[in-house]
Design a protein around this ligand. Structure first.
Ligand code: GRF
Length: 207
């Protein structure tokens, strides 16, 4: 059984999609051992508690230095026995020591088709604002493994979503969540839990 630590900062709809997929059998052979938030007010924490999942809040502000925060974050995740770390809207950068300790075992969901609209500064609504400003007809979401860069790790799954002529950043964000994110993130976890994923030469191979 794969144990997952989910790292969150906000609403937690992707966390909810994982919780629901575990309970309806879309994700097999996995459990969430811990949900970690960097802020006390994240609604994702309520979702975790309601599902009976252990939670922890580690706020960078409550540590003497960034290094101390990073250290505590990795220690807490390791203590939970996590085999896989899932970043579901986690707005802090992932410490290099965690990237190394969990090489090809940290998943991120990004709300565009990488390599478009990704990298530094592309988070939240900014991604969708940029897509609309460029006038793309198709956007989508990407699940990838996390390496030392920003949105540069090996790509596991992508799903395209059409942009509507009257889309606002918010309507596009919502459609991408519903049609892509909430589907491919659970699907990716199921593939990993089923032992079907490996990474070779920075490329993902799905059996
Ligand atoms: C999602 O759009 C995800 O792609 C991005 O952050 C957002 C998190 O939303 N990385 P939620 O907290 O899962 O509702």
């Amino acid at each position: 059984m794969l144990t997952i630590a989910v790292l969150v900062s906000g609403g937690g709809t992707n966390l909810q999609a994982i919780i629901d997929a575990i309970s309806d059998g879309t994700i097999r052979n996995a459990r969430i051992g811990l949900v970690v938030s960097n802020n006390h007010g994240a609604f994702a924490l309520e979702r975790a508690k309601k599902a009976g999942i252990e939670t922890a809040v580690l706020s960078p502000k409550e540590f003497p230095s960034r290094d101390a925060f990073h250290h505590a974050l990795l220690a807490r995740v390791q203590e939970s026995g996590a085999d896989l770390v899932v970043l579901a809207g986690f707005l802090c950068t992932i410490p290099e020591e965690m990237v190394q300790a969990y090489e090809n075992r940290i998943l991120n969901i990004h709300p565009s088709l990488i390599p478009s609209f990704c990298g530094k500064g592309y988070y939240g609504l900014k991604v969708h604002e940029a897509a609309l400003a460029r006038g793309v007809r198709i956007s989508g979401a990407t699940v990838h493994f996390v390496d030392s860069g920003t949105d540069t790790g090996p790509i596991l799954l992508q799903k395209a979503v059409e942009v509507a002529p009257d889309d606002t950043p918010k309507t596009l964000q919502r459609r991408i969540m519903e049609q892509a994110e909430w589907k491919i993130l659970p699907q990716a976890i199921d593939l990993i839990a089923g032992g079907k994923v490996r990474v070779e030469n920075r490329k993902v191979i799905i059996q």
